[in-house]
Ligand binder design. Structure first.
Ligand SMILES: [Fe+2]
Length: 322
């Protein structure tokens, strides 16, 4: 029981034209509905994965987390209530809008709107990507992952770990404070980063093929101010990815080859090798900050640390055996 996947997310933005092109032609999502004011997108057989609300702000509007059983909604509502977090029960209009059977929602300590939902609806029509990609890796592991800025990471960790029962994957203190959480076999579906501010840092979509990522990189890498992090590979989830700058200013990680873990045997630990084995040059950062990450990567490379052979990834291995 409990929270089992990142199901959907919404962004407040009124840059409708820019987002429509970006989500379909750059990311490869399918635009399914447009009210003129809002945009809705599919990434797979789920009716809705991503929404641009049409409201001003260029910020996160909501994160939707799927629970395993309908009773889980009551369980979390009671638990949050005891912790003095006000919980709202979504009405039919909200669940119709999100294509889910039942929803509750509340706000974390930084005012991020969190929705818990039971039974997201599927579409019987096939997913048609907005550009020719092999598809998104979603399924039981959910949409991907979402990462929030924090002013002070220690203020928010207990909310997600103790109240929402997210499981800690790992954490680091240098060159930046990070906390990663899993709710299924994806190494992390959620993370917090201490940057001294609030809001949405990025979300990650994972593709079925490395070529989907490479071709997406070519579509944006020659545009000005379009790449936040260059192509690189993360040390904890082994994701090969680049980060693009969205029309709203936050980032989207375009990734492939993420690590699948066994949540039953996983033990959280401190990461000391920094976030990337190679690449991920942070083009959006001032030079002095960028150099700290580069120094760390060069130390990792000099030590010979690399991701294990792909046969150690159960997901790829199980697909290989088919
Ligand atoms: Fe990420």
């Amino acid at each position: 029981m409990g929270i089992i996947a990142l199901s959907y997310l919404g962004v407040n933005s009124n840059k409708i034209e820019d987002w429509s092109t970006y989500a379909t032609k750059k990311l490869g999502m399918q635009k399914v509905d447009s009210t003129g004011k809002s945009l809705f997108f599919r990434m797979d057989d789920q009716k809705q994965r991503f929404c641009i609300t049409g409201d001003e702000g260029d910020c996160l509007s909501y994160l939707g987390w799927e629970v395993e059983k309908k009773d889980d909604l009551k369980y979390f509502a009671d638990k949050l209530d005891k912790a003095n977090i006000k919980v709202f029960v979504g009405n039919k209009s909200l669940s119709d809008k999100r294509y889910a059977e039942e929803i509750i929602y509340f706000f974390d300590l930084s005012d991020n709107r969190i929705e818990l939902l039971f039974n997201p609806f599927k579409d019987d029509k096939p997913f048609i990507p907005g550009r020719p990609i092999s598809g998104f890796k979603t399924g039981a592991c959910g949409l991907g992952h979402a990462v929030l800025h924090t002013e002070k990471i220690s203020d928010l960790v207990p909310f997600y770990r103790d109240l929402l029962e997210f499981n800690v994957s790992d954490y680091s203190f240098d060159p930046i404070k990070l906390y990663f959480f899993h709710v299924n076999e994806r190494h992390h579906s959620f993370a917090l980063i201490e940057t001294g501010r609030k809001g949405f840092h990025h979300f990650m979509v994972e593709y079925n093929s490395l070529d989907d990522v490479g071709q997406g990189y070519d579509l944006i890498q020659f545009e000005e101010n379009a790449v936040a992090y260059t192509l690189g590979r993360h040390t904890n989830d082994y994701m090969t990815s680049f980060y693009s700058i969205t029309p709203s200013g936050f980032f989207i990680e375009n990734g492939w080859g993420g690590r699948i873990i066994n949540p039953k045997t996983w033990k959280p630990s401190e990461m000391t090798e920094g976030p990337s084995f190679w690449g991920h040059e942070r083009l959006h950062m001032p030079k002095d900050q960028r150099l700290k990450f580069r120094k760390k990567r060069l130390e990792v490379a000099a030590s010979g640390k690399q991701s294990p052979a792909f046969i150690d990834c159960p997901w790829l291995y199980s697909n290989m055996k088919k």
